[in-house]
Ligand binder design. Structure first.
Ligand code: NDP
Length: 253
């Protein structure tokens, strides 16, 4: 499939994990891809491995840095047609052990990160009357999980933002959607498994079993499976799909 020829995609958090798989899938579909993140090593490696055309360094919680990064990407590869707001992160703790500042920092990363990236590209998309915005939310944006209240609250906010923005932009040629992966095999989940094992003394297999207890599929989602969903939402065929949450979670929702 090479239906994205001539398009420029910006993938936040595209240096590793789900973001890198999304970047690679967009490249394969013919798009020019800029990956954005904090760590230069992973970003440069993504470019070196052919998963992206170029990179810009920015922290998505810093609106000014995101704007500068987007400007640099546009000078190098033209206006951004496709924004994949993927950068995010989780922390787990019981609600009463989650300090207000932890809520704030997860909101800054998962919600304001999407807001800053969207603000940097939306005007241009509207002017050109074409654009795709895909936020990588989570099943945690659609249902509650214990011990991750701040993450769940933030991802629910991302889904609300997407639904609202879709209504505002529907008549302007721009679509806004979310993909909602279940537990996906990346560093984020591997770190959670290591933490559960360290805290409870249970084996990694036991810890994985507890994460997957609600998944009929019975395995972690592959990053490439999330990327395929994003690719669909970016395709010309999906031009009437907006405000949706595409769940990639093996029947969990
Ligand atoms: P990883 O931890 O593997 O990768 C996260 C990426 O985001 C990295 O490229 C990281 O790069 C970047 N990032 C983190 N913080 C910032 C920041 N402040 N500014 C810019 N970039 C940042 O996570 P995943 O690939 O697993 O997760 C990607 C997205 O998918 C997240 O939004 C996550 O919530 C969501 N998700 C993940 C699931 C899973 O089970 N793995 C399930 C459902 C949703 P760097 O640190 O260099 O900046």
């Amino acid at each position: 499939m090479a239906s994205l020829q001539g398009r420029h995609a910006l993938v936040t958090g595209g240096g590793r994990g789900i973001g890198r798989s999304i970047a690679a899938a967009l490249m394969q579909a013919g798009a020019a891809v800029t990956v954005l993140g904090r760590g230069e090593k992973a970003l440069a490696d993504a470019v070196g491995q052919g998963c992206a055309s170029g990179y810009v360094i920015a922290d998505v919680t810093d609106a000014h840095a995101v704007n500068n990064g987007v400007q640099k990407a546009m000078i190098a590869r033209g206006p951004v047609d496709l924004l994949i707001a993927n950068a995010g992160g989780a922390e787990s703790a019981p609600f009463l052990k989650t300090a207000p500042d932890q809520f704030r920092s997860l909101f800054e990363l998962n919600v304001m990160g999407v807001v800053h990236a969207t603000r940097a590209v939306l005007d241009g998309m509207r002017e050109r009357r074409t654009g795709r915005i895909v936020a990588v939310a989570s099943t945690a944006g659609l249902k509650g999980y214990g011990y991750v209240s701040a993450y769940c609250a933030a991802k629910h906010a991302v889904v609300g933002l997407v639904r609202s923005l879709a209504v505002e932009t529907a008549a302007s040629g721009v679509t806004v959607n979310a993909v909602c992966p279940g537990y996906t095999d990346t560093e984020l989940v591997q770190e959670s498994l290591a933490k559960i094992s360290a805290k409870t003394g249970r084996s990694r297999e036991d810890a994985l079993g507890s994460l997957l207890k609600d998944s009929p599929l019975g395995r972690l989602v592959k990053p490439q499976e999330v990327a395929a969903a994003v690719l669909y939402l970016c395709s010309p065929e999906a031009s009437a799909v907006t405000g949706t949450t595409l769940v990639v979670a093996g029947g969990e929702i």
